[in-house]
Ligand binder design. Sequence first.
Ligand SMILES: NC(=O)c1ccc[n+]([C@@H]2O[C@H](COP(=O)([O-])OP(=O)(O)OC[C@H]3O[C@@H](n4cnc5c(N)ncnc54)[C@H](O)[C@@H]3O)[C@@H](O)[C@H]2O)c1
Length: 320
Amino acid sequence: MESVKNVVNAVSDAVVGQRDAKKSDGFAKPKDFASQTQRGEVVGIEAKMNPLPEYEHQEDGYEKYHAANKLVGKKALITGGDSGIGRAVAVMYAMEGADVAIVYLPQEQVDAEVTKKQVEKYGRKCLLLPYDIQIESNCKKAVEETVSGLGGLNILVNNASVMYDTESITDITTEQFDRTIKTNIYGTFWMTKYAVPHLSKGDSIIQTTSQVAYAGPPTLIDYTMTKAAMLGLTRSLSNNLIKKGIRVNSVAPGPVWTPLQPCAMSKEKLDTWHEDSKAPIGRVGQPVELGPAYVFLASSDGSFISGQSIHVNGGTVLNG
Ligand SMILES: NC(=O)c1ccc[n+]([C@@H]2O[C@H](COP(=O)([O-])OP(=O)(O)OC[C@H]3O[C@@H](n4cnc5c(N)ncnc54)[C@H](O)[C@@H]3O)[C@@H](O)[C@H]2O)c1
């Protein structure tokens, strides 16, 4: 067990080192990009991606984020916080003074260790919770361990999801449909159900929905169903909790370079993804560009906002 831990630590050190040494250039597509597909895996691994997604502003890249103690003393629980958007949120929350707990699948330990190192760099705690949220008892355990490990809970970010690009509804197997619904809807519901009793006035819940809930892309049918459900949860739960002073909102990202994408797509689709999916702004997004919306919604800056979605999507104008 100890030797497995040592290997995981060595890999995560290498990933942090690789990232620190790398210069940010938005999105440079390497020649062998298509071969990076992780299609066939349940979830993608960020450490295998090239270029690595940007989860933190680089000295020489996107303008550096200036934290302003917006979340000092807060305790946040972020599902899917090991990689992609969840990692960017975890790191930015830590920069703002919050301790965080992250939930992920055990096979993502390498990615989770990177998040932990980055959170600790800002002097905050990062609790690692390798639990499958398709199982109700795991969701309960994740909430309870966060409350006991961090000393409370103020912010729940329901960010974990799976997505598999599939040409036709007739190709969506019951196994895929089950995993998508169980992770994205049941997992979100159970995490929320067990978190709510610990929340009080000023606290908040944030769902990561997607622009797909509004746009309905043709090859993400099951996934789109779940993102629309998360939007429904945001609206209904907001109306249910707002009198207690607990705010419920969503962030609806557009296309972002995260492990979700190589996991969802075949070689052929991945090869042209960043061209086919590019937002009106002329490119896909990076996880770091999502973080500020989550800070805004969780902090008192968003004190009059509930039941809403913030569209961070590079300029696609959507209804709702
Ligand atoms: N990347 C995009 O283009 C994009 C666009 C719109 C919305 N989103 C949403 O952003 C959120 C984060 O995804 P991402 O793009 O950062 O990719 P990601 O793969 O980094 O994050 C998804 C995370 O979900 C977690 N997860 C999946 N199944 C799980 C399970 N059974 N139990 C526990 N955790 C599980 C994994 O830890 C994984 O890290 C998702 O909700 C996704 O739908 C992403």
